[in-house]
Design a protein around this ligand. Structure first.
Ligand SMILES: Nc1ncnc2c1ncn2[C@@H]1O[C@H](COP(=O)(O)OP(=O)(O)OP(=O)(O)O)[C@@H](O)[C@H]1O
Length: 569
């Protein structure tokens, strides 16, 4: 059990507020934040008995309004206070979530993403993750796999921010996996090897984020953005396989203000309505969860049936685990220091105050097979003790002891088999990861194929797709065909004229031959082939709408050029 951690951060006055000669109304002391209503005279109470000041206590109150103040909290301090815990959680195998909530222009993007040279939590968490991976791999035999995705929720529609120009970027479906919970179908996931890889993806995704000018903030984003890191870690710990998976959601919400306060009209107003639908639902979810935990804390209160409306918005549905579920969650409420924003700031502070009451149930996400191995090992140890005890009281030849012995042997064999399977799976993953770094190297704005092995480059038949797949041709045979072929195909393609077993690429010591299988259409350099054909470097092979170019390192060194061209038959 762990409460959602809540931090409030106040930013400096902006130009607009300075021009309006706005007054500071936010004070912070340790973890307390106080807001002053200047309309109520000092020492007095308002018309309806309202207090001039209201004080809230959070886990952290970050004063970032004045860089010269001794209490000033920088981006680095925010990371040290909150971000390092996220990195730690990832290595321990817990899910984590950080979300920033607040009015437009209050500093959500600055806190989450930051500016160039003044980076925020997302880049710092990613950097922290990789620097710890590098440290760990130096003294440990641990292996890691890190995957990122980046999506935007705009008008209740999910959009992939990392798959440009593809027909599938917009309006992705949210589905539910029986074990893993809600997920976005067809969302692209990108394997990353180092911080540089993440930086590139973040940049591309940020450019893709829908931005629209509104009356209140020119660069304001009207969408919710979720940057997700899936971090898998595997190692042997005292001969025992360990594998944990951690999912980290880093969320930059859209501005929380009412649409009418921004002077927005028409389409923008509709957007505001939908954005508010997600935020209103988020508020309802937070309230329901806060009620639940307060009831749970008071055994005298009769338990109410509280319904948590996760499904009422895409945002809350996707963040279901992060809110009241299996995650260590942090909310950062960002506020303006100015009296002109009193209403919005007070509402943000109240929202944050409510979120403090949410209780989550984070658990270490262990691989199911590894868990089984551990359980079987515990069972083996138990059986061994029982047998040893049985030995002492001369039970050794009894039927019970024999069946125990049998069970012990079965368990030992199963553990051995599972451990082997698990080790092979990880070795394979690591080899693929190593191969990827070998094969693709960034050079300026281009990508250089730098592989020793002969390979094919597959270009999707979808004209709008920019996806290019690299297939290494292993020594021996590589079978190409459909998913429904009677034998498993190494390269599975889709297409009307594609035979279930279409062709075979035979690689003997770096010399490759294309063998068309009966009835299949394969062309080399535009000429259909009927029999096994030796492929020269740089040759075009057309297998239905799939175009492959055969090339290898030698070819590149000779200074020839591979020209990629999409041919559709
Ligand atoms: N703590 C801070 N220190 C310095 N500048 C800040 C701080 N917080 C925000 N700013 C600046 O204020 C401006 C608005 O901040 P930001 O874009 O992060 O707001 P936002 O809440 O994300 O708005 P939106 O809802 O439009 O996404 C930016 O120019 C940002 O650099």
């Amino acid at each position: 059990m762990a409460s959602v951690k809540v931090a409030v951060r106040v930013r400096p006055m902006n130009r607009r507020e300075k021009d309006l000669e706005a007054k500071f109304i936010i004070q912070m002391e340790k973890s307390k934040t106080t807001i002053t209503n200047l309309k109520i005279p000092e020492g007095g109470t308002g018309d309806s008995g309202r207090e001039r000041t209201k004080t809230f206590t959070y886990d952290f109150s970050f004063y970032s309004a004045d860089t010269k103040s001794p209490d000033y909290v920088s981006q680095e301090m925010v990371f040290k206070t909150l971000g390092t815990d996220v990195v730690k959680s990832a290595f321990e195998g817990y899910n984590a979530c950080v979300f920033a909530y607040g009015q437009t222009g209050s500093g959500k993007s600055y806190t989450m993403m930051g500016n160039s040279g003044d980076s925020g939590l997302i880049p710092r968490i990613c950097e922290g993750l990789f620097s710890r991976i590098n440290e760990t791999t130096r003294w440990d035999e641990a292996s890691f796999r890190t995957e990122v995705s980046y999506l935007e929720i705009y008008n209740e529609r999910v959009r992939d921010l990392l798959r440009r120009k593809s027909s599938k970027t917009f309006n992705l479906r949210v589905r539910e996996h029986p074990k893993e919970g809600p997920y976005v179908e067809d969302l692209s996931k990108h394997l990353v090897q180092n911080y540089g890889d993440v930086e590139e993806l973040m940049e591309a995704g940020n450019i893709n984020r829908t931005t629209a000018a509104t009356g209140m903030n020119d660069v304001s984003s009207r969408s919710h953005a979720i940057f997700t890191i899936k971090f898998t870690q595997a190692k042997f710990d005292s001969e025992m396989p360990c594998e944990t998976v951690s999912k980290i959601h880093l969320v930059d919400l859209a501005g929380s203000e009412r649409a009418d306060a921004t002077g927005a009209t028409g389409v923008r107003l509709k957007e505001g309505g939908n954005i508010n639908k997600s935020l209103v639902t988020l508020g309802n979810v937070i309230s329901a969860l806060a009620d639940l935990s307060q009831d749970a804390a008071n055994p005298l209160v009769k338990k109410k049936q509280v319904f948590v409306p996760y499904r009422d918005s895409v945002l809350t549905w996707l963040l279901k685990d992060s809110l009241g579920g299996n995650s260590k969650t942090i909310m950062i409420a960002t506020v303006s220091p100015a009296d002109v924003n009193y209403g919005e700031t007070l509402s943000t502070l109240r929202y944050a105050n409510r979120a403090k009451n949410i209780i989550n149930k984070p658990t270490i996400n262990e691989d199911a097979n590894v868990k089984l191995i551990r359980e079987l090992r515990a069972e083996i140890a138990r059986l061994k003790t029982l047998l040893a005890q049985g030995n002492q009281i001369a039970l050794l030849d009894s039927p019970t002891a024999l069946s125990m012995e049998e069970k012990l042997q079965q368990n030992e064999a199963r553990v051995q088999e599972l451990t082997k399977e698990w080790t092979n799976k990880w070795n394979e993953t690591q080899n693929i990861l190593k191969e990827q770094t070998l094969a693709l190297r960034k050079e300026g704005i281009g990508v250089v194929l730098d592989s020793e092995l002969p390979h094919l480059i597959g270009i999707d038949d979808d004209l709008l797709s920019t996806g290019i797949i690299l297939y290494h041709l292993k020594e021996g045979q590589t079978h190409v065909g459909r998913e429904d072929a009677s034998t498993e195909q190494d390269i599975v393609l889709h297409g009307l004229d594609l035979e279930s077993e279409h062709c075979i690429f035979e690689n003997v010591g770096g010399t490759v031959t294309l063998v068309p299988l009966s009835g299949s259409q394969c062309s080399v350099n535009g000429v259909q082939i009927m029999e096994a054909t030796h492929l020269n470097q740089g040759i075009w092979c057309l297998l239905f709408k799939f175009l492959g170019i055969y090339c290898c390192k030698k070819f590149r060194q000779e200074g020839s050029m591979c020209i990629l061209e999409l041919i559709v038959d």
